[in-house]
Design a protein around this ligand. Sequence first.
Ligand SMILES: Cc1ncc(COP(=O)(O)O)c(C=O)c1O
Length: 387
Amino acid sequence: MGKFAALQAARACVAARHGMIDLPQTLPQTGIGEEAALALLGAAAMDLRADLAAPDVLAHMDPPSADVAARMAYLVAQANQNLLHAATSPFATQAEALVLDWIVPAYGMAWGQFCSGSTLANLTALWAAREAGARKVVASAEAHISIPKAARILGLDYHSVPVGEDGRLLRSALPDLADAALVLTAGTTGRGAIDDLAPIAAKWRHVDAAWAGPLQFTHYKPRLAGIEAADSIAISAHKWFFQPKGAALALFRDPDAKASISFTSSYLARPNTGIEGTRSAAALPLLATLLAWGQTGLAERIERCMSIAEALAERLAADPRTELRQAPETGVINWRPRYADAERIVAALEGTSSGFTIDGEFWVRQVAANPHADVEALWQRIAAALG
Ligand SMILES: Cc1ncc(COP(=O)(O)O)c(C=O)c1O
């Protein structure tokens, strides 16, 4: 059996076992013991999962965790530090400040805040925008759902701007921005487009770089030209920084913005900035990863993802059975079969694709988040789905 056929067979085996774990349906009165619980759940959690690092997987914006990060995260969970209290987390607090010092200047920002995801990083940034006087949020029709969600939470009006053929916000369709927080996206969720980030007059400019922000450390940096002109930037560390889930950054240009989103109380040694109170030492796995890989190692992995997307896109464009929507700008590929139903293909490629609708037409979406993917293995799966 070939390498990739063996992978498929193993996957079918796992799928057959799905649902076969025997667990109590109500809270048990007596426990089974820690070792037994770990044996049961640990095996299930690892066996019955999509392997994000498999050679034929290119699914969502979910890279496999860096091994060094996963191992550091285990120690972080053991120590269970709360970064709200610097005195009880002295090293983790320093580590957080250090990793921010490594990252923040690369984007031309003054300070940064860890958050547990970019939904929260976007909300935190737009909260600061509102405190600075923004009264409405303006973003493209392909902005992530966390942007209208943040506007709703913050009680701000929301204005959606159409995108052009290339998926970028149409600057010519922008409303008056004098009282607006303008949100530009660097790597849209659906097709990975980067809005024009060139400076523009607005009350506040936020860049949602949840997905493509880490390109700043690669040779693709020119694609983010203009990001330094933002007032705030959101970046998911659990995307292209290869961190376990629960890590993102909100970065800010104005040092004074910090006070506007900070609260204090007599029980706190220092103000609590941002939305979350208790915060984990998510900075430590990120510090460990960047220390282990250096900027070169990080860039290599992201650039590999980009090359995989480019090579797969070339094959999709060349094959008479498939149509490519556009060249991938940030590793997101949109394509469709010429002679089959795209929704059927997404179903057949379960676990390695999703769908995205552009101008009322349904496209297969694949995201090169997996640096271990192999174009040949990916192609074999696509070819099998095409039939
Ligand atoms: C462009 C963009 N912004 C924000 C988010 C939200 O990030 P999170 O899922 O970390 O909350 C995503 C998630 O995919 C995204 O693609």
